[in-house]
Design a protein around this ligand. Structure first.
Ligand SMILES: NC(=O)c1ccc[n+]([C@@H]2O[C@H](COP(=O)([O-])OP(=O)(O)OC[C@H]3O[C@@H](n4cnc5c(N)ncnc54)[C@H](OP(=O)(O)O)[C@@H]3O)[C@@H](O)[C@H]2O)c1
Length: 325
């Protein structure tokens, strides 16, 4: 493929920071139910992240909860030591405030918590960010996100709203002292965003990272984010490989017509619709493909054909954020 139109390589956030459009997803494991083990498997990150760095990825989407930040930190450290990379060459995202997982999912209780179970939310966030930075061996992250708007099983809407306000005010403090170059949210609906904008008018989120793929669309949320200059990042851009998305006959035929893989077609659709993406792969060929998106261009009609695949029942690989009060 030929070289990229520059404007698709990064998105300028409303504080001027450049957000790379393609970042490597650093969550490993299975939470979709495809295998018997349900939970994170950070050990898979050693080889995948090493290959991703070799393949040219310089942006990494991590989270305190994933357990992979120490691995990324070690691999980056080796490249800093050899002089191959400098801090400014990489864009590292972390997320804090992941709620406790349902009991059948094996995710560390040390890295996840419910806002109604911690005595001091602000202090917990400061401690978690310092633990993430220690693991990453970095002095700051490029992007800090609130992982979820609240605990999955909470029934107290007023408490959840106050907790989000406290979390966001603490993020403002961390941003102001330079521990994060940009701050945002994840899994926020229009309702969550409206409340936050009202409760903390001084700091507008720069990013909202949400599940979007051809079987899970959020046009109203995206329109609202655009209005508020909040960049939208599509997580699980391939639906975590579930629901037969990558075998969808419409996508297969469009990919064939353009001489690209279905993965590339889907990522290109995301980019042309104005989203940044976080593809994850453990396979060297596919991870290289997932960065090679800039020589193909889809027509508006083709984009609409892919949009229409999401017109039926929404299929999600993660819980529905609308159920989080
Ligand atoms: N904010 C949140 O709450 C949240 C939630 C979920 C995920 N995320 C972020 O989003 C990232 C990506 O999501 P995800 O890990 O769930 O899954 P994903 O990127 O949607 O899908 C990964 C699956 O797609 C396959 N794949 C990758 N590239 C492919 C290609 N070009 N062609 C065909 N198959 C391909 C992979 O298989 P192979 O490995 O065999 O290639 C793997 O099975 C995560 O790692 C994480 O950083 C955030």
């Amino acid at each position: 493929m030929t070289d990229a139109p520059f404007e698709l390589r990064s998105v300028t956030l409303h504080n001027g920071v450049e957000l790379p459009t393609v970042a490597f997803g650093c969550a490993f494991g299975d939470w979709v139910g495809a295998t018997e083990f349900q939970g994170f498997l950070p050990e898979q990150a050693w080889r995948a992240l090493s290959l991703a760095l070799d393949a040219g990825y310089r942006a990494f989407d991590g989270a305190h909860a994933y357990g992979t930040e120490g691995i990324l930190g070690d691999l980056l450290g080796q490249r800093f030591a050899s002089g191959e990379l400098q801090r400014e060459d990489v864009f590292v995202t972390t997320k804090l405030a992941h709620p406790a997982a349902p009991p059948h999912i094996n995710i560390s209780h040390l890295r996840t918590w419910d806002a109604d179970k911690v005595p001091d939310i602000a202090q917990r966030l400061r401690d978690d960010l310092m633990r993430s930075l220690d693991d990453l061996r970095l002095g700051y992250v490029d992007l800090l996100l609130m992982h979820w708007p609240g605990p999955f099983a909470n029934t107290d809407a007023a408490f959840a709203r106050r907790a989000r306000q406290t979390i966001w005010e603490t993020f403002a403090e961390l941003y102001e002292k330079g521990a994060a170059r940009a701050v945002g949210v994840s899994n926020f609906t229009v309702g969550h965003l409206r409340q936050l904008l009202e409760d903390v008018p001084g700091l507008r989120p720069m990013v909202n990272q949400v599940e979007v793929h051809p079987y899970c669309r959020a046009p109203e949320l995206e329109a609202f984010c655009r209005e508020q200059e909040i960049a939208v990042t599509a997580y699980a851009p391939f639906a975590s490989g579930a629901f037969g998305l990558l075998q969808d006959p419409t996508l297969v035929s469009l990919a064939k017509a353009h001489g690209v893989s279905v993965g590339q077609l889907v990522l290109r659709w995301h980019l042309q619709r104005g989203r940044t993406v976080l593809p994850k792969s453990s396979n060297e060929t596919r991870m290289r493909q997932n960065r090679d998106l800039f020589g193909v261009s889809l027509s508006e009609e083709e984009l609409q054909t892919i949009d229409a695949l999401g017109a039926g029942e929404t299929r999600r690989s993660c819980p529905d954020p609308a159920a989080v009060l």
